[in-house]
Design a protein around this ligand. Structure first.
Ligand code: TYM
Length: 346
C-alpha cells in the first residue's frame, strides 16, 4: 500500500474508537479482549468512543426483537463493567446515519481483492459465499467507516480484528493518496494483555465465540456462578499438571488458554500464574479459576440485571451518546463528501 507520511498521526488528537456486535450474549472473550480494556482506556483519560454495531450485526440474520434486547443488554454490560456514559461516548451505530453514509463512500475506495483476502470473511462464508449477504462481504469497509468517521487514532480490539484494522489503514492511505490529502489518520490496533484471543473451552484451536453452537464452549457474561464453575470444570484439558515454566505450555493450547484467562482476570502475568500454580493439577487450578471468574463477573451480571429492569433509561443513555457521536461525525462526513467532489449546497 501507499506509504503514509511518518508524522501523519501527529496532526490528529488521540482518540479511541471500538465496537462490539450486539449479536448474542457477550462472552468472556469479549470481556477480556475488549470490554475490560475499554474501561482501562477510559480511565487513562483518553477520549473514548464505544459503539454497539447493530448495522454490522444484521449482516447475518437477526430476529428484530432479539436484536433490540441484545443491544440493550450489551449497553448494560458496558455500563456494568465500568463504562461511564459521562466520560465515554456510548451509542448504537444505527442512530448515527453517518456510519452507513461513510460506509458507502469507503466501499468505493476499497478494492475487491482486499476484501476477498479477509480471513474472517473466508471463515464465515466458507463454501457458501454465494448465499451470504452482500453486507457480510462489505462488513470490513463499514468497520473502517466506524473508525475513520471519528478520525480515531487507536482501536482496542482482540487479535481476530487485527486484519480489519489493517484494512482500515489501507483504505485511509488510498483515500489520502487518491485525493492528495492528509485527511484520515492511520489508526493503530491496540492488542494488549494476556487474553487477546480467548479460546473455546471445548476446543483449544477455536476462538471462544458468541456464535458457537455449543454453550459449553464459552462463558457468557450473564452466566451464574454455578454455570461458570461447571463450564470450567468440564473445560477440555490434557491430564498433565501445569508446568513449572511458561515454556512448558508449548503445544498445550487448552492449558495455555486457561492460564491466560486467569492472568487477564487477575491482572497479573501468565508467568505469575505459573509461579503460583506450576506443578499443580487441573483439579486445583480449575476451581481457583472458576472462583476468580465468578468474583469478577458476578458483580457485573448483577448490575446488568438491575440496569435491564429499566430499558427506557438504557435507550435514553444511547440517545445522548448518539447525539454526541453525531456532533463529531457530521463535520468529518461533510468534509469527506466535499473532498470527493459532492456538491454541498444546503
Ligand atoms: P465482535 O463483536 O466479534 O467482538 C467484539 C470485540 O471482542 C473481541 N473478541 C475477543 N477477544 C479475545 N478473545 C476472544 N475469543 C474474542 N472474541 C471477540 C473482538 O476482537 C472485538 O474487539 N468487527 C468487530 C466489531 C466492530 C469494530 C468496529 C471493532 C465494528 N466496527 C470498529 C473496532 C472498531 C466485531 O465483530 O467484533
Amino acid at each position: 500500500m501507499t506509504d503514509q507520511p511518518a508524522d501523519l498521526n501527529a496532526k490528529f488528537q488521540k482518540r479511541i474508537f471500538s465496537g462490539i456486535q450486539p449479536s448474542g450474549n457477550l462472552t468472556l472473550g469479549n470481556y477480556l479482549g475488549a470490554l475490560k480494556r475499554f474501561v482501562q482506556k477510559q480511565d487513562e483519560g483518553i477520549e473514548t468512543i464505544y459503539c454497539l454495531v447493530d448495522l454490522h450485526a444484521i449482516t447475518v440474520w437477526q430476529d428484530p426483537e432479539a436484536l433490540r434486547r441484545q443491544t440493550r443488554e450489551a449497553a448494560a454490560a458496558f455500563i456494568a463493567a465500568g463504562i461511564d456514559p459521562a466520560r465515554s461516548i456510548l451509542f448504537n451505530q444505527s442512530q448515527v446515519s453517518a456510519h452507513a453514509e461513510m460506509g458507502w463512500l469507503l466501499n468505493c475506495v476499497a478494492r475487491m481483492g482486499w476484501m476477498n483476502r479477509m480471513t474472517q470473511w473466508k471463515d464465515k462464508a466458507g463454501k457458501n459465499a454465494e448465499k451470504q449477504s452482500l453486507g457480510l462481504f462489505a462488513y470490513p469497509t463499514l468497520m473502517a467507516a466506524d473508525i475513520l468517521l471519528y478520525h480515531a487514532t487507536m482501536v482496542p480490539v482482540g487479535e481476530d480484528q487485527k486484519q480489519h484494522v489493517e484494512l482500515t489503514r489501507d483504505i485511509a492511505a488510498k483515500f489520502n493518496h487518491d485525493y492528495k490529502v492528509d485527511f484520515f489518520p492511520s489508526p493503530a490496533p491496540l492488542i494488549e494483555g494476556a487474553a487477546t484471543r480467548v479460546m473455546s473451552l471445548r476446543d483449544g484451536s477455536k476462538k471462544m465465540s458468541k456464535s458457537d453452537p455449543s454453550d459449553a464452549s464459552r462463558i457468557n457474561m450473564t452466566d451464574d456462578a454455578d454455570t461458570i464453575a461447571k463450564k470450567f470444570r468440564k473445560a477440555v484439558t490434557d491430564p498433565e499438571p501445569l508446568p513449572e515454566t511458561l515454556e512448558g505450555l508449548e503445544g498445550r493450547a487448552e492449558a495455555r488458554n486457561l492460564v491466560n484467562v486467569y492472568a487477564a482476570l487477575a491482572d497479573i502475568s501468565p508467568e505469575q500464574v505459573i509461579a503460583e500454580f506450576g506443578g499443580k493439577g487441573f483439579g486445583t487450578f480449575k476451581p481457583a479459576l472458576a472462583d476468580l471468574a465468578v468474583s469478577k463477573l458476578e458483580p457485573i451480571s448483577t448490575e446488568m440485571s438491575r440496569l435491564m429492569a429499566d430499558p427506557a433509561e438504557i435507550d435514553r443513555i444511547l440517545g445522548v451518546g448518539a447525539e454526541k457521536a453525531d456532533a463529531i461525525a457530521q463535520p468529518i462526513l461533510a468534509k469527506t463528501l466535499d473532498i470527493m467532489g459532492m456538491i454541498r449546497s444546503r
